[in-house]
Design a protein around this ligand. Structure first.
Ligand SMILES: Nc1ncnc2c1ncn2[C@@H]1O[C@H](COP(=O)(O)OP(=O)(O)OP(=O)(O)O)[C@@H](O)[C@H]1O
Ligand SMILES: [Mg+2]
Length: 405
């Protein structure tokens, strides 16, 4: 027998509460634990009882309600919130979704829509379907250009989609300078600015038809806007909203960024679960990484949110992995081999590396990285860094320390 879903109703109108109770009585496994006529008086009860489902009207006291909803959704991770309102202003819808609401329903309620929304969240709560809140947002970043951010984002997203068969969104945040469409030879009809301009009509169908599906796989691409004016009106708040909305539909979001710490990039980093900080093994790159780590620290990111990825790795590199780790005070999470021939072949054909050379060390590496970052696999890091034997004498560390003085 399925576990009953404890549900709290918050609505100032008695008739509306009665209607909700009536609609809920036709849905199996719903257990109404409490009804309130205002969210302020419901707060204490909610934080104490941590109900999995809350249905709350925010027509009056909208801002206070949204603040409380935001607190609830951050502190009670598994709580699903349905927001109701007579006000269908798209700004309010966006604010509610940003605050953590899973569904937004316009009043007066239509029973069919209400039941559908409750059933969807009930299935999530009871574990009958995948919880989209488990969506993992992975962003490739480096404050240095040409280091491999796009190569990694594209091939990682492709391999996660191949391995998990779950929906993966690949988002290009290089406003007007994006390369993802070139890397995958796509000519999408829509881009980020179109999605952002249509936030009020977004649902799963809209997103799955607007993002460009790659070659009948579960990879969906959201390109950067090619037009400067369109790119400039996109704000960092829009980026946060976009990520939140994509989270509801996709199991993974892979974001490719520019090499600068602009506000949109920082918003993407803030909203990521994992940052793949990409570096190559040379002094300028490592120095840049150090600056990134300093900034990430100031931004309050936990250390394990940042995964250091060494791209274009060569066994015979002068600088050893453990020296890099010592200088940066951070473990290297993964190393991707240098293989210019294979990657440039793939880029020039506009296909993923694994379609170009499935047996190459590079394809295997992207596949392993995808396995490590996807949730379906037991994470046995076969590509775990095997430290090279330390050599004596004046090495990278000494030079680095000297330069750093
Ligand atoms: N593992 C690799 N081995 C060899 N060459 C690589 C590897 N990864 C990337 N490259 C090469 O480096 C170049 C730059 O890669 P990419 O465009 O992914 O970098 P980026 O950081 O996204 O650059 P930008 O800052 O311009 O967006 C590409 O031409 C690619 O061929
Ligand atoms: Mg790039």
């Amino acid at each position: 027998m399925a576990v009953k879903v404890d549900t709290v109703i918050i609505d100032p109108e008695q008739t509306s509460r009665e209607l909700i109770v009536n609609y809920l009585s036709n849905i199996e496994d719903i257990n109404i634990t409490h009804q309130f006529n205002d969210i302020l008086s419901a707060q204490d009860y909610i934080f104490e009882s941590r109900p999995p489902l809350i249905i709350v009207d925010i027509t009056k006291k909208t801002n206070i309600s949204l603040d409380i909803i935001s607190k609830i959704s951050t502190s009670i991770k598994n709580c699903k919130i349905i927001v109701l309102s007579y006000d269908m202003d798209s700004n309010i819808v966006i604010k509610a979704l940003r605050a953590g609401a899973r569904e937004f329903l316009i009043k007066p309620l239509i029973e069919k829509d209400f039941t559908e929304a409750v059933n969807k969240l009930k299935d999530l709560i009871q574990g009958n379907i995948n919880d989209t809140a488990r969506c993992k947002v992975i962003t490739t970043f480096s404050n240095k250009g040409g280091i491999g951010k796009t190569s990694i984002a594209v091939n990682l997203a492709m391999e996660i989609a191949n391995i998990t068969k779950e929906k993966v969104a690949l988002v290009d945040l290089n406003m007007q300078m994006g390369d993802i469409t070139t890397f995958l030879n796509l000519d999408p009809s829509f881009d980020t600015s179109y999605v952002i301009n249509n936030l009020d009509r977004i649902d799963e169908t809209f997103l799955l038809t607007t993002l460009e599906q790659y070659n009948k796989t579960s990879l969906y691409v959201l390109a950067d806007p090619p037009d400067i004016e369109q790119a400039e009106i996109i704000t960092s708040e829009d980026i946060a909203t976009l990520i939140n909305i994509l989270r509801n539909v996709f199991s993974y979001i892979v974001i490719d960024t520019t090499s600068s710490f602009d506000s949109k990039t920082i918003t993407a980093l803030d909203n990521s679960d994992i940052i793949l900080l990409v570096s190559t093994i040379n002094l300028p790159s490592i120095r840049n990484c150090q600056r990134c780590f300093d900034l990430f620290k100031k931004l309050g990111y936990p250390k394990d949110k940042i995964k250091l990825v060494i791209n274009r790795y060569m066994e015979k590199d002068d600088i050893k992995i453990e020296d890099v780790e010592e200088v940066l005070d951070h473990k290297v999470f993964f190393k991707i081999p240098n293989n210019y021939y294979v990657i440039i072949g793939a880029i020039n054909k506009g296909i993923p590396v694994c379609d170009q050379e499935p047996n190459s060390n590079l394809c295997k590496s992207f596949r392993q990285l995808a396995e490590l970052l996807s949730d379906n696999y037991s994470h046995n890091n076969k590509n775990a860094i095997q430290p090279n034997k330390r050599e004596t004498g004046l090495g990278f560390l000494d030079i680095f320390k000297k330069k750093g003085d």
